[in-house]
Write a protein that binds this ligand. Structure first.
Ligand code: XMP
Length: 513
């Protein structure tokens, strides 16, 4: 059975980071809402419990509070930031509103090196604080084991009860040795092994998929993106010929995209692949349309239509597989002022019509993106697919401003191919979040040889980002920008000018439409 650490989410923007850090220690972790009943937690038989941070104060009227019985589960508990206030509130300590918010870097001094949390760590550590309230009285049976400039209770322990509290955030990168503290908790204190690896996960997932689908057939919409590609490779390993992948060419894909998917999945993996070339239909329907939202709607509707008819042709299937990831299924905590609660993807595929009565198979549902990538490599997918940059569902249509025509698609595809080639050969492609070309409906005068030209402008959009929610433009070397620009103006017919987009998100967005 998989060993598990349960993280109760009190609304911190870092809760998912805690979960990822634990998994980086090769231990499985699950995020549950702060008010999950203790019986439900006990039924999972976790090896340890972490109480996350959160934006509230335990004394606030609507403070998120856990089931009191979580302290009777008999497993180690670690409270982080707001979590340490919960320990105080429930176990006989006291928290006072701080005079000022302690925010930013601090130095932690370990005063008792017998505490297992700091095993093999130096006496002095850089840590990251972000809290308003501070503990003024220790909970019963606890003692301080580390201090900071502003807090005599920066880390506390009750060894007999295996209960620990940290005032600072060990999960963030600004606490450079925080991983080791978390590792000490899960390995040293909870006694977890290192069994959560993608190699082990494959075996488990294959068994689960087989048990779920039996002899039935499964359909998967393959987009060529990381998630659907990894899901396809995993399902193929589990059920081979019972899987049919449907790939829709909407005529708005990047250069060589359909070919790569056919090569990798059709020829290499020998997946049953229904290749739907609907480019003409999509482009026909986009004729004369310039409004960005209308474009998206037309593309969305047409996709569903094409996909539906392809599934009918593929024969009767009871299951539909999707590359849903863990961040999509974590229930967000509805706490006022919780930034994590507002972060919702605005364009997760709205889903197929309800009347398509499929049961869902979601084999990546408990994985984070970086784990999905590792899984993809483990399954033998090429780096080109596993580390590819995000590409929007409506494809080049949101990068061709104004009307989408076959000619404009060709122009943009050629310009974009050059951007990708140069980014890859200079080693920048895998360092940035996205790098692509945008075709502007602006024509300007240029000169080529003895002739005047009146051609389009291409904008370069190259951004760095953690999750696409915010982004900044990347300061690429001038030489590289120069090479991209000169290749585009020389090699792409119809373009005589290249501009660089230097806006951040917000206030701009990453895509132009
Ligand atoms: P924006 O333009 O909103 O994009 O800053 C944020 C991230 O989302 C991607 N994106 C999309 N992905 N369907 C998708 O699957 C879409 O309609 C869509 N629009 C934007 C974008 O590429 C960026 O990574």
């Amino acid at each position: 059975m998989t060993e598990e650490i349960v993280i109760l989410d009190f609304g911190s923007q870092y809760t998912q980071v805690i979960a990822r850090r634990i998994r980086e220690c090769n231990v499985f972790s699950t995020i549950l809402r702060y008010d999950t009943p203790a019986t439900e937690i006990a039924a999972r038989k976790p090896k340890g419990l972490i109480l996350s941070g959160g934006p509230s104060s335990v004394y606030a009227e609507d403070a998120p509070l856990p089931d009191r019985a979580i302290f009777k589960l008999g497993i180690p508990v670690l409270g982080i930031c707001y979590g340490i206030q919960i320990l105080a509130q429930y176990l006989g300590g006291k928290v006072e509103p701080g005079q000022k918010r302690e925010y930013g870097k601090g130095t932690l001094t370990v005063t008792d090196d017998s505490c297992r949390l700091f095993h093999r760590l130096p006496e002095s550590l850089q840590v990251w604080n972000s809290h308003g309230d501070r503990m003024s009285k220790l909970p019963d049976g606890f003692r301080p084991v580390a201090v900071t400039e502003n807090s005599e209770y920066a880390a506390i322990e009750n060894k007999a009860k295996q209960c620990y509290g940290l005032q600072f955030h060990p999960e963030v990168v600004h606490t450079p040795r925080g991983r080791e503290i978390l590792s000490n908790f899960v390995h040293g204190i909870c006694g977890c092994g290192r069994n959560w690896t993608m190699r082990n996960y494959i075996e488990q997932a294959v068994e689960e998929i087989r048990a779920q689908v039996g002899n039935e057939r499964v359909i998967l919409g393959l987009s060529g993106g990381v998630d659907s590609s990894v899901a396809a490779a995993l399902l193929h390993k589990a059920i081979g010929g019972q899987l049919t992948c449907i790939f829709v060419n909407n005529g708005l894909l990047r250069a060589r995209e359909p070919e790569v998917v056919q090569e990798v999945f059709g020829r290499h993996f020998k997946v049953k692949l229904e290749f739907e070339d609907a480019s003409r239909l999509f482009l026909e329907r986009l004729k004369g349309v310039t409004n960005p939202e209308t474009k998206r709607k037309i593309i969305g509707r047409t996709f569903i239509e094409v996909f539906q008819s392809a599934t009918r042709r593929a024969g009767h299937a009871r299951f539909l597989a999707q590359g849903t990831l863990y961040p999509d299924v974590i229930e967000s905590v509805p706490i006022a002022g919780n930034p994590a609660a507002m972060i919702k993807s605005h364009h997760n595929v709205g889903g197929l019509p309800k009347k398509m009565k499929f049961k869902l198979v979601e084999p990546l549902k408990c994985l984070f993106k970086d784990e999905v990538r590792q899984l993809g490599l483990e399954l033998g997918l090429p780096k080109e697919i596993v580390f590819r940059q995000p590409f929007p569902g409506p494809g080049l249509a949101v990068r061709i401003l104004g009307e989408v025509t076959p000619r404009r698609c060709t122009i943009l595809r050629n310009a974009d191919r050059i951007v990708v080639e140069e980014m890859k050969s200079s080693g920048w492609y895998y360092k940035v979040w996205q790098s692509f070309a945008v075709l502007l409906p602006v024509r300007s005068v240029g000169v080529m040889g003895d002739e005047r030209t009146y051609d389009f402008t291409v904008a370069l959009r190259i951004v760095e980002s953690q999750d696409g929610m915010t982004a900044d433009w990347v300061k690429l070397p001038y030489e590289l920008l120069e090479k991209i620009a000169s290749r585009i103006t020389n090699e792409v017919k119809g373009v005589n000018r290249v501009c660089l987009d230097i806006s951040s998100k917000p206030p701009a967005t990453i895509e132009w439409e």
